[in-house]
Design a protein around this ligand. Structure first.
Ligand SMILES: CC(C)(COP(=O)(O)OP(=O)(O)OC[C@H]1O[C@@H](n2cnc3c(N)ncnc32)[C@H](O)[C@@H]1OP(=O)(O)O)[C@@H](O)C(=O)NCCC(=O)NCCSC(=O)CC(=O)O
Length: 440
């Protein structure tokens, strides 16, 4: 049993979040130009985009790929997509090897997840080749698995390590934006352009006890929930044609509802594994009391709604996927969190946008840069993504966590007094024009 327990240990040695070059920032002016040069958009679309961008919670410092900066979003090449990937690999993965002193040849397991771009040879092969990894590296490449695939990768890495004593796994998570800028007029697909931005993360995991001694965190639990059998949830984040033959990712208005359902399922499984018995007992008694109250007239108003389990009894930090303001607000409400708990997610959305599957590592990095993470603290990571899936995991802080990482140059400016962006100031004229035609 001791040997099995030792074998199932999974430590986070370190991680790096990618900070693209400053000249790839999406300023208000750049985004305005991008919208205005799309001949398919008219006043109704401008008004919709203004409303959503203003409410998106994203500031002026998130990043886009070069082909979009160069005005080639309508005709991206395969090379554009590879360039975007290589820029991330060459910066972040190289930095992670340098930072940890682990050599590419020490990597036994490589797991890569990129939802929207699946070239041949795979991106996992591209990384193995670029960094000169061994010919017996166990490489896995996940595609099409959405924003919660980072924890699917983590699950694969953890399970693979179980079969290989004293090994090292590299988990790489990013998204391909370059070939996926939507240029049509379907609102559910235009929404993605307002949210998704460039970013990526690389993390080194190990079950080697000698390396584990200098690890930052240890993985305690990982739970996956997939409600793909539910039609509405399955369709809530989906790549499809828009009716005019333009392909994009459609995010339906039902997405926050699907996220809430998947979250409930996930937490129902996770709670008994991470919360103290006293909290589970309190919740059971309170739930029974609430069920009885439903039978009594007016009692519900006096005593509040359904019983809520208190995750703060088992976890100190909440690393929530910054999918959008509605997603963060939904989790905040469901778990009874406060503004301090979701500050890392809100600030990540503001600084980096929704970088899909790598997002939660930026959230973790914010907590670390702010000096929030102390030895023994537990961190709950919660991710959502197409499927529809909610994946979660709990880490325990083992070592010193005080790196500023990708936040180094801006962490002192966070949280800002306001996260409002200047779009309304610059483009409110679209709401002042009478009718729906720019020429009138
Ligand atoms: C987009 C928002 C910031 C807008 O916030 P607001 O507070 O203004 O709220 P709102 O709901 O009134 O929306 C403003 C206008 O947008 C419209 N609107 C909102 N959501 C829409 C949708 N999915 N499709 C089409 N239109 C939509 C509303 O009808 C309204 O238009 P009108 O004014 O005309 O009535 C928020 O709704 C939000 O955060 N939504 C969730 C975003 C999301 O799906 N994130 C997950 C990304 S996917 C992911 O992370 C995982 C993955 O892909 O795997």
């Amino acid at each position: 049993a001791v040997a099995r327990r030792r074998q199932s240990r999974c430590y986070l040695l370190d991680y790096v979040c990618h900070k693209p070059c400053d000249d790839r920032k999406v300023s208000t002016e750049m985004a305005g130009g991008l919208i205005l040069r799309n001949q398919r958009l008219g006043l109704p679309e401008y008004r919709f985009l203004l409303r959503v961008i203003v409410r998106s919670g994203i500031g002026e410092d998130s990043y886009c790929p070069r082909n979009i900066l160069e005005g080639r979003e309508d005709a991206p090449t395969h090379e554009d997509a590879l360039d975007e990937m290589d820029a991330f690999f060459d910066a972040a993965i190289a930095e992670l090897f340098f930072k940890t002193g682990v050599a590419p040849a020490d990597v036994d397991v490589l797991v890569v997840n990129v939802c929207m771009f699946s070239p041949a040879p795979s991106l996992a092969s591209r990384i193995a080749r670029r960094f000169g990894m061994r010919d017996d590296v166990a490489a896995y490449n996940l595609s099409g698995m959405g924003c919660s695939a980072g924890l699917v990768s983590l699950d694969i890495a953890r399970n693979t390590l179980r079969t290989r004593p004293a090994s090292v796994a590299l988990v790489v998570s990013t998204e391909s934006i370059a070939p996926h800028w939507y240029t049509g007029t379907d609102r559910s697909m235009m929404l993605g352009n307002c949210l998704f931005r460039c970013g990526g993360s690389a993390a080194l995991l190990t079950n080697d006890p000698s390396l584990g001694r200098r690890a930052k965190m240890a993985l305690r639990d990982l739970v996956r929930a997939n409600i793909a059998a539910d039609d509405e949830a399955h369709a809530s984040a989906m790549k499809r044609d828009d009716g005019s033959g333009r392909v994009g990712i459609s995010l339906s208005k039902d997405l926050p509802k699907a996220a809430a359902r998947a979250l409930t399922l996930n937490l129902r499984r996770l709670a008994p594994r991470i919360l103290p018995v006293s909290e589970l007992a309190r919740f059971a008694v309170h739930s029974m009391f609430c069920r009885k109250l439903i039978l009594l007239p007016h009692a519900k108003q006096t005593h509040g709604g359904a019983a809520k389990i208190n995750f703060k009894t088992g976890v100190e930090h909440f690393c929530v996927h910054p999918g959008g303001t509605a997603v963060i607000e939904g989790v905040k409400g469901s778990l009874g969190l406060d503004a301090y708990d979701v500050e890392p997610a809100v600030m990540t959305l503001h600084r980096w946008g929704n970088t899909s599957t790598s997002s939660l590592w930026y959230v973790l990095s914010y907590m670390e840069a702010k000096g929030r993470l102390k030895r023994g603290d537990r961190v709950l990571m919660l991710t959502f993504g197409s499927g529809f899936k909610c994946n979660s995991c709990v880490w325990e802080v083992k070592g010193y966590m005080g790196d500023k990482g990708a936040w180094a140059e801006c962490i002192d400016e966070y949280p800002p007094e306001t996260t409002a962006n200047p779009y309304m100031q610059n483009y409110s004229w679209v709401n002042d024009i009478q009718g729906d035609n720019l020429l009138v």
